[in-house]
Write a protein that binds this ligand. Structure first.
Ligand SMILES: Nc1nc2c(c(=O)[nH]1)N[C@H]1C(S)=C(S)[C@@H](COP(=O)(O)OP(=O)(O)OC[C@H]3O[C@@H](n4cnc5c(=O)[nH]c(N)nc54)[C@H](O)[C@@H]3O)O[C@H]1N2
Ligand SMILES: Nc1nc2c(c(=O)[nH]1)N[C@H]1C(S)=C(S)[C@@H](COP(=O)(O)OP(=O)(O)OC[C@H]3O[C@@H](n4cnc5c(=O)[nH]c(N)nc54)[C@H](O)[C@@H]3O)O[C@H]1N2
Ligand code: SF4
Ligand SMILES: [Mo]
Length: 729
């Protein structure tokens, strides 16, 4: 037996932690954090340490599957599956045109992002614009708000250099997504506290992050736009904003000032149900700090008025001049992306909506992409342009898209559903073909994708010039027949006689930094993952070879300073977008009172948890403890009033649907809440099979009728619900 311990990268979430993998005879048997890697202090989480179980577990699919007429799946050779899929797609393309073919990229692609450009190249080659992703049901306001407000070339001031910081509905200690550093955030937050940073967290739950806050505002869910408008109001009243910065870089100040005038501390405190002195303390702490930033995440994204919340967060950053200034050390001037010298200047706003319509709900392709929330309805609506084929890459629509019943109906209606996933998910159950990929430890990878996150939202990605390359450290299981995304779409292109072009896209939105490199691929031979990585890194600041030479990763000493504004730059940030000002007015007109519907007295809120990455990890016993469900967390005083015991079965019902769950006490929650992790639950058609499977997916409660007018994301947090003890009828 040969055993080695080799460095690699955990690619299960966006932190991309450096790890050490113990490999025995080509199999990964143990994963730990890598103490030799700088910046992460040897950190790893349970999901990372479960990589061997994920790679070697019994649930892993090792061969392609094809669905039979009776709905069961049988093994099929990958080449035969590809031949059949190519022929079917070609037929449908001829018959119904490119719009009938859609792709959905889910968050599983975090584990192997290098295949995405090939998949998208294939979609371009067949001339379909039907490219959907999880981004538009995640934080679409991240993109729409930037379109309306504009962006800052040098990015936000960094967490590491700030003395104050506002986090709105994020829990970076667990989720490592938005609002805080990705490299061992728990340790970084502790350091920040020790150096005197005053952090303000807005979260109806006393989350792991909120426990570290100087001020924790624990409001009713969905009150973030009112709270941020109130904070802006106080900062303007107290003269705590940076008038010089605003005068030189923004317009619309007077409109914003007038629109927040009615958001007095008393009004906001009553509406959000927070103590008025806490609200004042939050505003004054942030306003009187020297450096800082406001970052939002899924909490406010899933609640109503998400564009407005994110927009006001950007306005607050601009009012207080919290963007990186000339002479600052550039936060992360790129390592594996092209060299970048930021300037202390705005990018102007740009249109938030395109003229490319969906056929449903009056939605259009917008700054956050095609509205995934409306995809099921788009599939279900008969007529010209209907989607007939869906490729689902590393996604699990049945437990992720709003309205599970509708999602299942839509998936059943498709003429062809191809799911690329390593396990038989609730979605794969409906697939005509399931194609399993090699998993991350069997593939090379780099941290380049995490660097590029800064193009997907302010304060995202690494603020430090950290980079790592990992070679494939484990072998694919013997007798397996696996294809990664690149192999699937390259193979389809070959079979359909299509030319694919590799595009190195740098940036997002029409005004963001970036060159676009287009490289036609040699279609005679499938490029290896390493060749694709070389293409993606061909213009990197630090040559890939040098990054490969540091297998434990490295923080590069790149001292680039933010340059002053260009003489010919006339762009201004926009503080008074008319649509946002009108929304502020309409929201205020709702009044300060709590208008809870007595028929639905509780509010469902979202959350993440350490052991699962959305729907991943449920089949790994060390993560799930053998359970196939997730609890509904509630405050003990609510349970007392309802006479429901911890661990009992409950029905959670919205105006749209219901789910069964086991209740679990969590006194970190505000009263009146039901906090549930998404990603669990079997298909509804299977659900009656056993009582454990019947414990459902939270998406059953989500109603597409109440959706955002721009991105289409429905209300997925702060959803009015009722709770009852479950009784067998
Ligand atoms: N009600 C409600 N709805 C929500 C949310 C919520 O909190 N509440 N959250 C929303 C958010 S933020 C998101 S991002 C979406 C998530 O939506 P999705 O991305 O559609 O769902 P996931 O469960 O993340 O699915 C990821 C899939 O990738 C697979 N996978 C993992 N690794 C690999 C790999 O290496 N290769 C391949 N091919 N597949 C792999 C996993 O097995 C899993 O099935 O859901 C959204 N929907
Ligand atoms: N361990 C782990 N990490 C993950 C994931 C995972 O499933 N597990 N998922 C990944 C994905 S896809 C994403 S998008 C990110 C998400 O990353 P985050 O957005 O940081 O997700 P959460 O940890 O759920 O934090 C959201 C917080 O919002 C609060 N909240 C709920 N409703 C409201 C509201 O109306 N207003 C406010 N202010 N707060 C509210 C919740 O109580 C919760 O604490 O995490 C990523 N990382
Ligand atoms: S936080 Fe956990 S899942 Fe995410 S990259 Fe690090 S070890 Fe992997
Ligand atoms: Mo997400």
């Amino acid at each position: 037996m040969t055993e080695n311990v080799v460095p690699s990268i955990c690619r299960n979430c966006l932190a991309y932690c450096p790890i050490l993998v113990t490999v025995e005879d080509g199999r990964a048997v143990k994963v730990t954090g890598d103490p030799q890697a700088p910046a992460f202090d040897g950190y790893s989480c349970p999901k990372g340490r479960a990589l061997p179980a994920m790679h070697n577990g019994p649930e892993r699919l090792l061969k392609c599957l094809q669905r039979d007429a009776d709905g069961s799946h049988a093994v099929i050779d990958s080449a035969a599956a590809m031949d059949q899929i190519a022929a079917r797609v070609q037929d449908i393309l001829v018959k119904y045109g490119p719009r009938s073919i859609a792709m959905y990229n889910g968050s599983g692609q975090v584990s192997h992002p290098i295949g995405v450009p090939i998949a998208r190249a294939w979609l371009r080659a067949i001339k379909s614009r039907m490219a959907f992703s999880a981004a538009s049901i995640d934080k679409p306001a991240e993109y729409t708000s930037v379109a309306m407000h504009g962006n800052w070339h040098a990015g936000l001031q960094t967490f590491e250099t700030s003395d104050t910081w506002i986090i709105v509905g994020a829990n970076p200690i667990i989720a490592k997504s938005n609002g805080g550093p990705l490299n061992n955030p728990g340790a970084r937050l502790k350091e920040a506290e020790q150096r005197g940073m005053k952090m303000i967290v807005i979260d109806p739950r006393r989350s792991e992050t909120a426990r570290r806050a100087h001020v924790h505002l624990q409001p009713r869910p969905g009150q973030d736009p009112a709270l941020l408008a109130g904070i802006i109001h106080i900062i303007i009243e107290d003269g705590l904003y940076d008038a010089d910065f605003v005068a030189s870089n923004a317009e619309g100040f007077e409109a914003l000032k007038a629109s927040v005038a009615a958001y007095t501390p008393a009004f906001v405190a009553q509406r959000a149900d927070v103590p008025v002195d806490q609200l004042l303390a939050a505003a004054r702490t942030f306003g009187s700090g020297k450096r800082g930033g406001v970052a939002c995440s899924t909490g406010p994204s899933f609640a109503t008025h998400s564009n407005l919340t994110y927009y006001l967060a950007l306005c607050l950053n601009t009012l207080c001049g919290r963007w990186a200034r000339a002479g600052d050390r550039a936060p992360n001037p790129n390592v594996l992306l092209p060299a970048f010298t930021p300037r202390a200047q705005p990018y102007a706003p740009y249109p938030v909506m395109s003229d490319r319509p969906m056929r449903v709900h009056g939605l259009v392709e917008n700054a956050s992409g095609m509205p995934t929330a409306a995809l099921a309805d788009e599939i279900l609506l008969d007529g010209e342009g209907q989607i007939k084929v869906l490729f689902c890459l590393g996604g699990n629509p049945v437990t992720a898209w709003p309205d599970q019943a509708k999602t299942e109906a839509a998936l059943k209606k498709l003429e062809l559903l191809v799911v690329l996933d390593y396990q038989m998910t609730a979605t794969a159950h409906f697939a005509h073909y399931v194609i399993p990929p090699p998993l991350s430890l069997e593939l090379p990878g780099t941290t380049q994708m995490v660097e590029s996150l800064k193009y997907y939202g302010v304060s995202r990605g690494y603020a430090i010039p950290w980079a790592q390359y990992a070679s494939a450290v484990a072998q694919v299981p013997p007798q397996s027949d696996l294809l990664d995304d690149a192999a699937v779409f390259f193979g389809l292109a070959q079979r359909m006689g299509l030319q694919l072009d590799w595009i190195n896209m740098r940036g997002q939105g029409p005004n963001l930094e970036g060159t676009t490199q287009t490289i036609p691929l040699d279609m005679t031979r499938l490029p290896s993952t390493d060749e694709l990585i070389e293409l993606a890194c061909s213009d990197s600041r630090v040559p890939l070879e040098q990054v490969k030479a540091r297998p434990h990763g490295n923080v590069y000493d790149i001292d680039v300073r933010v340059q002053p504004r260009d003489h010919d730059c006339s762009a201004m940030l926009q503080l008074g977008d008319p649509m946002m000002m009108e929304e502020l007015r309409a929201l205020h007109a709702e009044g300060a009172e709590n208008k809870t519907d007595p028929a639905f007295p509780f509010h469902l809120v979202c959350r993440r948890t350490n052991n699962f990455m959305n729907s991943m990890g449920q089949s790994i016993p060390t993560l799930s403890g053998g359970k196939t469900h997730t609890p509904a967390f509630m405050h003990s005083s609510d349970l007392n009033v309802l006479g429901i015991e911890d661990g009992a079965l409950i029905t959670v019902r919205s105006c749209h649907g219901h789910m069964l769950a086991r209740v679990k006490t969590d006194d970190n929650l505000r009263q009146g809440l039901v906090s549930v992790v998404h990603g669990f639950g079997a298909p509804m058609t299977q659900a009656a099979a056993t009582s454990e499977l019947a414990l459902g997916s939270v998406t059953r409660l989500i109603n597409m009728d109440e959706r955002d007018p721009i991105s289409g994301i429905p209300r997925m947090s702060g959803v009015p619900v009722t709770v009852q003890a479950f009784e067998l009828s």
